[in-house]
Design a protein around this ligand. Structure first.
Ligand SMILES: O=C(O)[C@@H](CO)OP(=O)(O)O
Ligand SMILES: [Mg+2]
Length: 400
């Protein structure tokens, strides 16, 4: 009943105003699913390849769509295997990971539609829907997401003590608002970066101070524990030629970077640090994890790129203790699930994540609930971010 009868692809806008791929999947019995590919700005060197939207659509129409007709949408592995076979490369460079992930997500939604089940339940089973991820909310940022702002890409509110996902979502929005107040009191003007976080022209040290203060204020208001974390996106800071991390006029050797991050973890009681080191440096990741991994999450994003081979190397070397999961980094939901499973079996925390370029697609909210992920990183404010956050609130309210 869930045989795919049609796949259509089109160019739509993403949140940066760039073209991205949207896919519609139709099944024999009238099931319908729609998915849209997000897009990164600080992409990892080892990610699956995103092609220009029109090229990706043309290639997918020619090679993937004919293979998908007749495949059961409910058999996600069959759908994703058909996408891999149609592409024929390791990194989706023939049809583009953007078309692949859009189709993969659309097929899952079409199958859920036929079943009359919420997407998280189709993906995760009947017993999912009780546990919710803690949302990591980007409240201050710079790096590749906003020029002339902080070197560190993201300062993330982490409402670890929130009694419900809804209270967590509102707490992050309150921290975002409190950051605006603190900046205003200090006379600092701030635009917003790609993900809706404030992008003030201040030093990283000042940003720590601002976020710390904003978190304290909101913590007092709501009465539960809020910590914060970082995405350092350190592969963007690392200069291969210099062999050092570059912060404007200052540089840090790998050893200094490890000391710096370890001191930040202790000074600010950071709950989470993503990509604190370069994406090629498993050894440095392992050293930092050894030093602070008992009290914070060291998460691999560009390091692992949702790829089981790279994660396996991390497990073998003791690099990081959590993994960021971005379906478009690897190209299909099946591959993303495999990464989640390998991580969970080895005691790595999973963090389901958006990209800096997003759409209204809400698949990652369902993916987080379906996989029982500990965290989700999907922004704080802005329509393409609130789409996912509000979907989490609806799932918790049994209203999807
Ligand atoms: O680095 C990241 O984790 C992401 C999302 O916040 O950014 P981008 O999508 O630009 O890679
Ligand atoms: Mg990252």
């Amino acid at each position: 009943m869930t045989r795919i009868t049609g796949v259509s692809l089109r160019r739509v806008l993403d949140s940066r105003g760039n073209p991205t791929v949207e896919a519609d999947v139709l099944t024999e019995s009238g099931g319908f699913g729609r998915g849209a590919a997000p897009s990164g700005a600080s992409t990892g060197e080892y990610e699956a390849i995103e092609l220009p939207a029109n090229e990706s659509i043309a290639a997918a129409r020619e090679h993937a769509v004919p293979r998908l007709e007749g495949v059961y949408a409910g058999d996600q592995r069959a759908v994703d295997n058909a996408l891999r076979a149609a592409d024929g490369t390791d990194d989706f460079s023939a049809i583009g990971a953007n078309s692949a992930v859009a189709i993969s997500m659309a097929a899952a939604k079409a199958a859920a539609d036929v079943l009359g089940a919420p997407l998280y339940q189709h993906l995760g089973g009947a017993f999912r829907g009780e546990n919710f991820p803690i949302p990591l909310g980007n409240v201050v940022g710079g790096g590749e997401h906003a020029k002339e702002a902080t070197h560190i890409q993201e300062f993330l509110a982490a409402p670890v003590g929130a009694p419900s996902v809804s209270e967590a979502v509102f707490a992050n929005a309150a921290v975002h608002a409190a950051v605006a107040d603190v900046l205003d009191e200090r006379g600092v003007p701030a635009a917003k970066g790609d993900e809706g976080a404030w992008a003030p022209p201040i030093s990283d040290a000042d940003a720590f101070d601002v976020v710390d203060e904003a978190v304290d204020r909101v913590e007092e208001e709501v009465g539960f524990e809020i910590r914060f974390g970082l995405d350092m996106a350190a592969a963007e800071l690392y200069d291969d030629d210099e062999g050092a991390y570059v912060y404007g006029d200052e540089t840090k050797s790998t050893g200094e970077q490890i000391d710096y991050v370890a001191s930040l973890v202790d000074e600010y009681d950071l709950a989470y640090v993503e990509d604190p080191l370069d994406e090629n440096d498993y050894e440095a990741f392992a050293e930092l994890t050894d030093r602070v991994g008992d009290r914070t999450l060291i998460c691999g994003d560009d390091l692992f790129v949702t790829n089981v081979e790279r994660l396996r190397e991390g497990i073998d070397t003791g690099a990081a203790n959590s993994i960021l999961i971005k379906p478009n980094q690897i190209g299909t939901l099946s591959d993303a699930f495999d990464a989640v499973e390998l991580a969970s079996r080895n005691g790595y925390e999973t963090v389901i994540s958006h990209r800096s370029g997003e759409t209204e697609d809400t698949t990652i909210a369902h993916l987080a609930v379906a996989t029982d992920a500990g965290f989700i990183k999907t922004g704080t404010v802005g329509g393409e971010r609130t789409a996912k956050l509000n979907e989490l609130v609806r799932i918790a309210d049994d209203a999807v």
